[in-house]
Design a protein around this ligand. Structure first.
Ligand code: 13P
Length: 263
């Protein structure tokens, strides 16, 4: 029997100097440590990973990178490799919509990163989600299904249950206009789990954690966590505020996704 353990991750994006990052972690780590029954992950910028990994050592708070390249080493100026990430982190965010929109990421490069995460035993948090234009023209289903199919292609079935999917409709990110819980739940149940099932089988599709992301805050978090298919959140802006992030994490800790089996 495998339960889907809730997961809340804070994506700090390009915010916080090292000193500021230390300050934020100091102000939230004691509170986060008191909250059980939920996996907690902080994803600061690369420059702060070393400092924060030292601060989180020995705690149950995990560390994640916001991106990584897929090659192990070599002449790739400005990139950071999975081998380097692995020294500090257990998690890595892959294919965030900002990387797709501003830095040319495609489903194919998402897949290369996913397979690098698999090779280096990192837990990938793979972001999918439609743009406003795609949403308004009724293409959500096709876009999200394609992102899963191509982004996760050729992952090993033994690794697949470790994959975390973050459904982040682009129109809800940083806009203050979150999706409704019902809408997000529908995308997970009608598109994301069936796409995972087609790739890896139904048991794995049911075992994988699916997070919602896009304007999550302490006030609306429970609306998502009350949905049967949503197992946590990928939080942007609100993860930069200790009180908000702790409150969101606390709300997720009340989830109980039971009765699931992996064959
Ligand atoms: P916001 O919570 O700021 O909308 O950002 C969501 C996000 O992109 C997390 O990865």
């Amino acid at each position: 029997m495998t339960k889907r353990i809730p997961l809340v991750a804070g994506n700090w994006k390009m915010n916080k100097t090292i000193a500021e990052a230390r300050e934020l972690v100091s102000s939230m780590s004691a509170r986060l440590r008191e909250i059980g029954g939920v996996e907690k992950v902080l994803c600061p910028p690369f420059t702060s990973l070393m400092a924060i990994s030292t601060m989180l050592a020995g705690t149950d708070i995990g560390l994640g990178a916001q991106n990584m390249y897929w090659e192990e080493k070599g002449a790739f100026t400005g990139e950071v490799s999975p081998l380097m990430i692995k020294e500090l982190c257990k998690y890595v965010i892959i294919g965030h919509s900002e990387r797709r929109a501003y830095f040319g990421e495609t489903d194919e490069t998402v897949n290369k990163r996913l397979r690098a995460a698999q090779k280096f035993d990192l837990t990938p948090i793979v972001c999918v989600g439609e743009t406003l234009d795609e949403y308004e023209s009724g293409r959500t289903e096709a876009v999200v299904a394609r992102q899963i199919k191509l982004g996760l292609a050729d992952a090993d079935s033994a690794f697949a249950p470790r994959i975390v999917i973050a459904y982040e409709p682009v129109w809800a990110i940083g806009t203050g206009k979150a999706s409704s819980g019902e809408n997000a739940n529908g995308v997970v149940s009608k598109v994301i789990r069936p796409a995972m099932s087609a790739l890896f089988g139904e048991a794995t599709a049911q075992a994988i954690r699916v997070l919602y992301g896009g304007s999550v805050n302490a006030g609306n978090a429970s609306e998502f966590f009350n949905q049967p298919e949503i197992d946590g959140a990928l939080v942007g802006g609100a993860s930069l505020k200790a009180d908000e992030f702790a409150a969101i994490t606390k709300a997720a800790s009340r989830l109980d996704r039971g009765q699931l089996t992996i064959d």
